[in-house]
Design a protein around this ligand. Structure first.
Ligand code: TXA
Ligand code: MG
Length: 321
C-alpha cells in the first residue's frame, strides 16, 4: 500500500532519490519520476508494464523552465502557453540533447506540458528537473482521477500518492504538434478543443490520421475496463439486447426513469453538462469495473465540443453493441 498524503517535502525527497510518486493534475493522476534520470524513468515503464516505444510527457512549472529541453520556442508556442498554461494542453516540440531518449522513445519531438493542479505546481517549483509522468494506471487500463484509483491499481508498486482530491477535468490532455508542413495537428483530443486552439492560432488544427505509432497511446484498446464494455447511441435498446446478464449502465444525464433490467446505473451529470460528464466518466468506469458485472453499457456523447474527446476515449475502451 502507498501512503496518501499532501506532504510535498516527502514527495520531493522520494523523487530526488529516483523513486516514483503519483501526482494529481487537473486531467488525471500521473505516475511521476525525475525526467532527467534514466534509472527513475525505467521504473515508470516497469510499474505500468508500458512498452518502451511509448514516449512520456515532461511536466514543468512554467514555460520558462521548458527552454533547456527544446530546440526552439516559436511565437505560436508562446501564444498557446499564454492562452492555456497551466492547463490541459501538451505540445510536441523539437527536443534538445537534455532529454533522455527513453522519454521520447527515440522520436525527434518531446511532449511537454504545464499542469494546473496547485499541489503539483508547488512540487514542480521546488524541483530542479521536470517530471516525466504518464497516467498512473497499468498500461491499457482506465486512467485514474482519484487517489483511490491509483492505490487500487499501483499501490503495491509505489510508496506515495500525493493527494490532490478528484481531478477537475477528468480526461487526459489535448496533444498538439506541427506536422512536416508546419500544419498544427491534434494527436489526442481533450477538453481543449480544436476550435479553442483555432482562436489562438487563427488556423483550425487538423486531426492526426495516420495509424503509425506517432502517439502510441492513441492505438485502440486503450483506456479499457476489464469488464466487457459496450458503447451505444441508443442505451435502452442496447440494454434489452443483454437482458439476462448483470448489466451496469453509464448515462450522460438523468432520464427520470429507472430501467429495471439494469443492476447498477450511474448518471454522469444530472444537468447534462459535458464538463461534468468528462470529470466523472473514469470514476464511473472504475466503480462499475469493480462490481463483477457481465457488461458495462455506456451512452455516447453528442459529437460536439468536448463530446468529441469523450467519444474518442469511449471508442477505445469499448466495442459496438
Ligand atoms: O493529461 C495528461 O496528459 C496526463 C497527465 C498525467 O499529464 N498524462 C498522460 O500521459 O496522459 P500518457 O503517457 O498516459 O499519455 C501520453 C500520450 C501517449 O499516447 C504517448 O504516446 C504520447 O502522449 N506521446 C508522448 N510523447 C510523445 C512524443 N514525443 N511524440 C508523440 N506522442 C507522444
Ligand atoms: Mg495513459
Amino acid at each position: 500500500m502507498a501512503s496518501i498524503t499532501k506532504h510535498i517535502a516527502t514527495a520531493k525527497q522520494l523523487l530526488d532519490n529516483g523513486e516514483l510518486v503519483a501526482i494529481p493534475t487537473e486531467t488525471v493522476y500521473g505516475l511521476a519520476a525525475n525526467g532527467t534520470n534514466s534509472m527513475a524513468i525505467k521504473k515508470i515503464f516497469e510499474a505500468k508494464g508500458r512498452p518502451s516505444n511509448n514516449p512520456l510527457i515532461l511536466h514543468f512549472a512554467a514555460l520558462d523552465a521548458i527552454a533547456p529541453y527544446v530546440n526552439f520556442i516559436t511565437t505560436d508556442v508562446k501564444l498557446l502557453a499564454e492562452a492555456f498554461w497551466p492547463g490541459p494542453l501538451t505540445l510536441l516540440l523539437p527536443k534538445s540533447n537534455n532529454v533522455p531518449d527513453s522519454i521520447t522513445a527515440g522520436l525527434r519531438r518531446v511532449a511537454v506540458r504545464v499542469p494546473q493542479h496547485p499541489l503539483t505546481q508547488e512540487l514542480l517549483r521546488v524541483l530542479d528537473y521536470p517530471l516525466a509522468a504518464p497516467s498512473a494506471n497499468p498500461s491499457g487500463y482506465i486512467s485514474p482521477t482519484q487517489p483511490s484509483h491509483v492505490q487500487k491499481q499501483l499501490g503495491d508498486k509505489i510508496e506515495l500518492i500525493l493527494d490532490g482530491g478528484p481531478c477537475a477535468k477528468g480526461l487526459e490532455s489535448t496533444i498538439l504538434g506541427w506536422d512536416d508542413n508546419g500544419t498544427p495537428t491534434i494527436y489526442r483530443k481533450g477538453v481543449i478543443t480544436a476550435e479553442a486552439i483555432e482562436k489562438v492560432l487563427n488556423q483550425l488544427p487538423q486531426n492526426h490520421q495516420s495509424k503509425t505509432l506517432e502517439a502510441p497511446g492513441m492505438l485502440s484498446s486503450h483506456y479499457a475496463p476489464r469488464t466487457k464494455t459496450v458503447l451505444t447511441d441508443a442505451i435502452d435498446q442496447t440494454i434489452t439486447q443483454y437482458e439476462n446478464l448483470k448489466i451496469g449502465a453509464i448515462r450522460f444525464h438523468s432520464t427520470g426513469k429507472v430501467n429495471q433490467k439494469v443492476d447498477k446505473e450511474i448518471i454522469l451529470s444530472n444537468k447534462g453538462s459535458l464538463e461534468e460528464v468528462a470529470q466523472n466518466l473514469y470514476a464511473a468506469m472504475h466503480e462499475l469495473d469493480g462490481q463483477e458485472l457481465d457488461v458495462i453499457i455506456i451512452e455516447k456523447a453528442p459529437e460536439d465540443g468536448i463530446g468529441k474527446a469523450i467519444n474518442d476515449r469511449l471508442q477505445r475502451s469499448a466495442t459496438s453493441p
